[in-house]
Write a protein that binds this ligand. Structure first.
Ligand code: AMP
Ligand code: GLY
Length: 423
């Protein structure tokens, strides 16, 4: 079969890499892809959110299965458009993807169906929001309703900062239309974990947990980023708590979306806080995480095509997932200055040497080929994933390979996995 992956990041390189291993797959395309996907797939120069052109292209090229990486094409209705043309696309419809696209939708859904999450209120009026903050007191978390590339969340340790955040989101409209509505929620304490699940509208198949590192600098300091590294499994998520996540969060959420008339098919991403009172939802996403996918997919032994087909047929209850008996740790290499301003176009050295290390994978993100040279072309440039008998071995291997890759301004966190590995 012919498969199309939509997107251009490290997650999409990992998806291409995984799908290319399926005995069922003859050819993989990636739109628009990057310098890494170009080595395993044919890149197609169509933007990930150009739904109309992607639909035409997939129909004209008899694509059997399309797998969507990022959220934007999902909330733009790619899956709906493909389905209307009789094309198979893996991922939620526009309506179901609102679980990521609108934090108000997702909070209200959780509230209505009793799914554990932080207490919250929704505001459009700044004065009302300020009164609420003064009544509640800090710490609080303030969130712009819509998609803001991970930047629309402000954790306010003090009342002062919460009041500033109200001004930024509602009055300055720093996040544009995404900030027309503001959520103010209770600050949750605990360890964060990402749990991904395959869902077919009815059944849920939980993947191995992972943990992202969202802050830019070591020790979880500095601004939030798309994610600077990830590892899997996560010792902090005990088997008991994992069962609770499935029973109290994943299954009820999929059932809730079905009851609301928008059954969820695809990967459901639950960003969780493991609080003293049990696991609670910080956010849902409608897709694989990036860089969580780069840590989780290399551990997954099951054919992703088999999962996608079972999903589209609504028979996920008939399959189970097999895992390689290894831990994985992924370190993101970013451009100097990311997540703020950064320069691009710097040649990257050592890619082949790093990828030739045992049990080591290099997933490209913001990269471009210029002649024989791969150059930087984005904030997060690539991720190095290593597998090992345990997380410590995986970390050692990953950092050995990281040191082999060089480009001007290269920056990475040296403490990926620290929560699991501190002892
Ligand atoms: P979100 O995009 O909603 O996951 O928020 C981004 C980050 O903000 C999360 O990964 C958490 O670190 C933090 N965060 C979000 N909501 C809360 C909360 N209610 N309590 C504490 N931290 C939070
Ligand atoms: N790594 C966080 C995300 O993919 O949303």
């Amino acid at each position: 079969m012919k498969v199309l992956v939509v997107g251009a990041g490290g997650r999409e390189h990992a998806l291409v890499w995984k799908l290319a291993q399926s005995p069922r797959v003859k050819k993989v395309y990636c739109a628009p892809g990057n310098a890494g996907t170009a080595e395993l797939a044919e890149n197609v120069p169509i933007g990930a959110t150009d739904v109309a052109t992607l639909t035409e292209w997939a129909a004209a090229h008899d694509i059997d299965l399309t797998v969507v990486g990022p959220e934007a094409p999902l909330t733009a209705g790619l899956v709906d458009a493909f389905r209307a043309r009789g094309l198979s696309a893996y991922g939620p419809t526009r309506k179901a993807a609102a679980i990521e696209g609108s934090k108000v939708f997702s909070k209200n859904l959780m509230h209505k169906y009793g799914i554990p999450t932080a207490e919250y209120r929704v505001f459009t009026d700044a004065e009302e929001a300020r009164r609420y903050v003064r009544a509640k007191g800090a710490p609080l978390v303030l969130k712009a309703e819509g998609l803001a590339a991970g930047k629309g969340v402000i954790v306010a340790p003090t009342e002062e900062e919460a009041l500033d955040a109200i001004h930024t989101i509602l009055e300055e409209q720093a996040f544009g239309a995404a900030g027309e509505r503001l959520i103010i929620e209770e600050y949750l304490e605990g360890e964060e974990v990402t749990v991904l699940a395959f869902a077919d509208g009815e059944h849920v198949l939980m993947l191995a947990p992972s943990q992202d590192h969202k802050r830019a600098f070591d020790g979880d300091r500095g601004p939030n980023t798309g994610g600077m590294g990830a590892y899997s499994p996560v010792p902090a998520l005990t088997p008991d708590t994992a069962c609770r996540v499935e029973a109290e969060i994943l299954r009820p959420t999929v059932a809730a979306l079905a009851a609301e008339g928008s059954p969820y098919r695809g990967v459901l991403y639950a960003g969780l806080m493991l609080t003293a009172a049990g696991p609670k939802v910080l956010e849902f996403n409608a897709r694989f995480g990036d860089p969580e996918a780069q840590a989780v997919l290399p551990r997954l032994a099951t054919d992703l095509v088999e999962v996608a087909e079972a999903t589209l047929a609504g028979r996920l209850d008939r399959i189970s997932l097999a895992w390689r008996p290894a831990a994985a740790l992924a370190v993101v290499l970013a451009s100097g200055g990311y997540p703020g301003h950064y320069e691009t176009g710097f040649p990257i050295q050592g890619l082949k040497e790093a990828a030739a290390q045992p049990d080591t994978l290099v997933f490209y993100a913001g990269t471009r080929r210029e002649g024989n040279q791969v150059v930087t072309a984005g904030g997060r440039v690539l991720a190095v994933t290593a597998l090992g008998s345990d997380l410590k071995a995986a970390r050692e291997r990953a950092y050995q390979a990281v040191e082999m890759i060089r480009f001007s301004g290269r920056r990475f966190r040296r403490d990926i996995g620290w929560r699991a590995l501190r002892s």
